[in-house]
Design a protein around this ligand. Structure first.
Ligand code: MIC
Ligand code: SF4
Length: 642
């Protein structure tokens, strides 16, 4: 039986387990990446493991999220990260060099390798044929220490691309179409593998737009083959020697199949407030637009921004629209500056930002109250822009640029003749913003400013768990609900006591006080709890506040793994209707917990307020049970090493 690409890469890296869908496997990690917002924790955890140098082939630490320096906090974090990188054998990408996923694709990604990143959009690397996955910082720290990464053997979904994209229709529309069909839960436990004749019409950055936003499906990752197009991209990056061909077998089998006819796609948007609320631009009519933001790890490649410059050249941005542009990397930025496109963007009235995440993570450029913002980004969860009542539409750079000109949500097909962007044979290569690790690591002293606070640790799991229901929430709660980001909160990422004050702050302002007042708490959720980012702060900060367990109808993959890593028990209802038997303020109790966990999958929960009992499932492997019992992975690893 022929193998698909996903199974080939996994087989090459398999350390333990059986490649049977749904069972736990462990794979070797070749490369890791971190960004500053998750990196400080990841490196504090790495330090706590006591490994002298990273054991991976390549590890890179990027600064791209928290680059606003309106106080000492972010700058302190940057300095800490730079010194840690120098000491432990990690490359350091300086602030200004670009967004981690974009830079990694340009300068480091290698087909066929595994990449683990402490950011949920790490699957961007799938565009160059990597098996690239997002995880919590602790999992990345373990991988840097040479440990394998544990995951559930995924199903592999074949997405067959037929035909070719029509003028003004772009890679963003492909992934929006996949989201429309599969939804934000549709990728859970799956790898999305792209095949078919349409693949060869997509460049590596276009493929990367698709694999990047595959994160919004909840997928383990997404992957494209490595072919002649990949080779040409690597050649233009002066890295042709790192190319290998990587294709699925001709008779490869898959668990599911989706067919997309590129010829038939038209410009799409994801309407507020979910990446799967997808509609055609033409069906939405002319919605008034107040802000347009172009950039992010989804759509800020050279071709993306050149197309925007071509659309805006010689024209002016509508006087009711604020247009902000953040290039994906220094490479892209400098190329636009040198070829004149930057001048065209400035002349049209665009506000040019640094090459960072910026508005995508609410670091500046929040839209006005009640505004409509059209963004080329990947997430439009409520409040993520920094403005609670803004409505964010996710769209391609073409739709965004057309809307900036007209002041209304606009179909780029009305712009007239379409000219594809010509890619240069060689990109501008200058790695001077990437600092290699120190030659003499012993001489490097790690710099810890006052914003770097020690890691909190959990306690061992008790025999009887008595917990207050601190909060009951609905389906699709995102990590942005649990642990918001934005300019005020992000600088506290290396300071858990301070950041924990903001847990669920947008949902229930009393949450952190209530949690601290209770000895032990539980949060009750609906389906897909914890969707969105990899931020382990959404587990670590609740843990710090005394949350011992989470009971939901279902979980998002990375968040569930983060809960386990910090010793929070993730439970699901056996009968979904039992969700109704719980109210906020109830007290739930599980007796003989440690024993019950060993005995099987089901646990009995008593509601002390109503007297009702019901069963829940944990679905944990023996390895995960041991971690939970010890109060998290760090405690567990320390105990094992004793
Ligand atoms: C995001 O897009 O939400 C982030 C910020 O990049 C996160 C990581 C984080 O919270 O630091 C992600 O996607 O994992
Ligand atoms: Fe940065 Fe936004 Fe990409 Fe997250 S999704 S890595 S915040 S650009």
């Amino acid at each position: 039986m022929g193998k698909n690409l996903t199974r080939k890469i996994i087989a090459e890296h398999l350390v333990s387990g059986e490649m049977k869908t749904g069972s736990e496997i462990a794979i070797r990690i070749d490369q890791t990446l971190t960004q500053d917002a998750t990196g400080t924790m990841a490196y504090l955890q790495f330090e706590a493991m006591g490994v002298p140098q990273v054991q991976t082939e390549l590890s890179v630490s990027y600064i791209d999220h928290n680059t606003l320096q309106s106080g000492f906090e972010n700058a302190d974090d940057h300095r800490f990260l730079q010194s840690v990188a120098a000491k432990y054998g990690i490359y350091f990408s300086r602030p200004g060099n670009g967004i981690c996923h974009q830079v990694h694709l340009e300068r480091f990604g290698v087909p066929g390798k595994t990449l683990l990143g402490s950011d949920s959009h790490t699957p961007t690397g799938g565009g160059i044929g990597m098996l690239a996955m997002g995880a919590g910082g602790l999992d990345v720290a373990v991988a840097m220490g040479g440990g394998p990464f544990y995951l559930t053997m995924p199903k592999v979904v074949k997405v067959e691309l037929q035909g070719e994209l029509q003028p003004w229709v772009s890679a963003k529309d492909v992934i929006l179409e996949v989201l429309r069909r599969l939804s934000v839960k549709g990728g859970v436990g799956k790898v999305i593998e792209y095949t078919g004749p349409g693949v060869k019409s997509l460049t590596v950055p276009e493929r990367a737009t698709i694999t990047n936003m595959g994160a919004e499906l909840g997928a383990t990752t997404s992957v494209f083959p490595s072919d002649e197009i990949t080779r040409a991209f690597l050649k233009a990056q002066d890295r042709e020697d790192q190319w290998t061909e990587l294709l699925p077998d001709a008779d490869a089998t898959y668990d599911e199949e989706v067919i997309i006819d590129l010829d038939k796609l038209e410009p799409l948007v994801a309407a507020p407030h979910s990446p799967d609320a997808v509609e055609t631009v033409s069906s939405l009519g002319h919605i008034k637009v107040d802000q347009v933001a172009i950039g992010s790890c989804t759509n800020s490649s050279y071709a993306d921004l050149m197309q925007v410059a071509n659309i805006l050249r010689g024209k002016k941005v509508n006087d009711q629209v604020s247009l902000v542009i953040s290039p994906g990397s220094k490479q892209v930025f400098e190329m636009l500056a040198r070829n004149g496109a930057l001048g065209d963007l400035i002349a049209a009235g665009a506000r040019i930002l640094e090459a960072t995440c910026g508005p995508c993570i609410g670091m500046g450029q929040s839209p006005p109250s009640g505004a409509v913002s059209v963004r080329t980004f990947n997430r439009n969860f409520p409040g993520r822009s920094g403005t609670a009542d803004a409505g964010v539409y996710l769209a391609s750079p073409e739709v965004a640029a057309a809307s900036a000109l007209t002041g209304k949500l606009a179909d780029p097909r009305t712009l007239g003749e379409y000219k594809p962007v010509e890619l240069p044979e060689k990109f501008l290569i200058d790695d001077s913003m990437i600092i290699a690790p120190a030659k003499d690591p012993d001489a490097v002293e790690v710099v810890r400013g006052p914003n770097i606070k020690p890691l909190p640790v959990n306690e061992e799991l008790p025999e009887t768990l008595t917990v207050d229901v601190l909060l009951k929430v609905e389906d699709n709660i995102t990590t942005d609900h649990i642990m918001p980001a934005g300019a005020k909160i992000l600088p506290l990422r290396s300071n858990i006591p301070a950041i924990s004050e903001y847990v669920f702050s947008g949902v229930d302002a009393e949450f952190s006080t209530r949690a601290k007042d209770s000895k032990a708490g539980i949060v009750v959720g609906g389906h897909n709890y914890g969707q969105g980012s990899s931020r382990e702060h959404a587990a670590l900060a609740p843990m710090y506040l005394g949350v011992k367990a989470l009971l939901a109808k279902s979980f998002a993959r990375i968040h569930r793994a983060n809960l386990v890593n910090f010793g929070i028990l993730p439970l699901t209802f056996v009968k979904e209707e039992d969700y109704e038997k719980i109210s906020q303020g109830d007290v739930l109790e599980i007796t003989n917990l440690r024993q019950q966990l060993e005995r099987g999958d089901e646990l009995t929960v008593a509601n002390r307020n109503s007297g009702a009992t019901f069963t829940v499932e944990h679905g944990l492997t023996a390895r995960q049970i041991a971690i939970i019992k010890d109060g998290g992975l760090l405690n567990h690893t320390k105990k094992q090493n004793q």
